[in-house]
Design a binder for this molecule. Structure first.
Ligand code: SF4
Length: 350
């Protein structure tokens, strides 16, 4: 029997040249005087069942990319091709209002802060059951049964469903957020810094839970994080963003062991080593200056004011993102083939 839910090319999502520019308005008449190019021509694919991580410092556009995919924002340009359950391809960027409704069920979000993302006036039954009430018109015992089942799936005791968020720890609250995201059987989950606010030991538990749920329900994740220490364990591929653009994208092992972009090298240098004798804090690459202003980015390579390998060409010619060797390792750097960058294995051992 043919499985019509299986995308023909294995891709669940294809993001093509996505742009999200926010207007800057000034003066009495609120004239547009410029644009913040939060996302500026980003392209990538996500295969069904895989985890793609988007990584970069604050302001690099990773969260905005996630919100465009969720259609919390209407993109300025580009395509967000989604292979739906019926086997058809829809461009989420073109859909409006009611036409988006089925996809809001299939694409869900887990939020960064488990403390502020749950309404303190709602108990767990209401938080997790809200979307079931609205979308599946469940109520009474049927609703309680579904919520109880969801709570069990995320490792919480169903008898706590009438408690309020303040009665739970940070890790438990994040589990409630995951149960809420799973309620409508999503296919794609955007996890926006979903474990960043948690202690390291709790973080590991939540990552394990997310992996278990992925295998059980064939979920696809887009995992958004500000550093590379969190995502190595959970990602199949990692995309590094800088000032609204992708600068490197590769399989996780390849990116960590053979980085090709100086920005990735700097992010890797900040990853703590499990062996405390390797004192990475002293060996880490300190990036000078702040992330470039997306409303007034530098000429040429946006990273050149902070790049320790920058040369004259970097100041006036923008490097294109390309997969030079056809291995699926994309990089945007003029000197990607010449630079010998430190990998996760080298940094801290020099
Ligand atoms: Fe550095 Fe130049 Fe490569 Fe940009 S293109 S990352 S400035 S070496």
């Amino acid at each position: 029997m043919t499985d019509i839910t299986a995308p023909k090319n294995g891709n669940l999502l294809e993001v093509k040249n996505l742009k999200m520019h926010f207007p800057i308005r000034k003066g009495f008449l609120r004239r547009v005087v410029g644009h913040v190019r939060a996302v500026d021509g980003v392209s990538f694919t996500v295969k069904e069942g895989e985890t793609l991580s988007l990584v970069g410092e604050s302001g690099c556009g990773k969260t905005t990319t996630g919100r465009c995919i969720l259609r919390a924002y209407e993109p300025t340009a580009g395509r967000i091709l989604y292979h739906n359950r019926a086997g058809a391809v829809v461009d989420l960027a073109q859909l409006e209002g009611y036409a988006l409704k089925p996809y809001r069920r299939e694409i869900r979000m887990i939020f960064q802060d488990p403390y502020s993302s749950l309404n303190p006036r709602m108990n767990v039954l209401d938080i997790v059951g809200e979307s079931l009430r609205v979308n599946e018109r469940l109520s009474g015992e049927a609703l309680e049964d579904r919520v109880a089942s969801l709570l069990r799936q995320v490792g919480l005791r169903p008898e706590y469903m009438r408690r309020y968020p303040h009665a739970f720890s940070g890790g438990e609250r994040q589990r409630i957020g995951i149960a809420r995201a799973l309620a409508l059987h999503p296919r794609l989950v955007v996890c926006d810094e979903g474990v960043s606010a948690l202690d390291v030991s709790v973080r590991a538990q939540i990552l394990n839970l997310l992996q278990d749920l992925q295998h059980e329900f064939n979920l696809t994740y887009i995992f958004i994080a500000h550093d590379l220490s969190v995502v190595e364990y959970i990602s199949d591929r990692v995309a590094v963003m800088y000032v609204g653009k992708l600068v490197e994208l590769a399989d996780t092992e390849e990116l960590y062991r053979n980085p090709k972009h100086p920005y990735t090298e700097a992010l890797l240098s900040a990853v703590p080593k499990p062996d405390p004798r390797l004192n990475t804090m002293e060996e880490g690459i300190v990036l000078e200056g702040d992330v470039a202003d997306p409303s007034n980015p530098p000429s040429g390579c946006y990273f050149h004011p902070r790049c320790r390998y920058a040369q004259e060409i970097c100041r006036h010619e923008e490097p294109a993102l390309s997969d030079r060797h056809g291995t699926g390792h994309f990089v945007a750097c003029h000197f990607a083939d010449q630079l010998q960058l430190n990998s996760i294995l080298d940094i801290g051992q020099n």
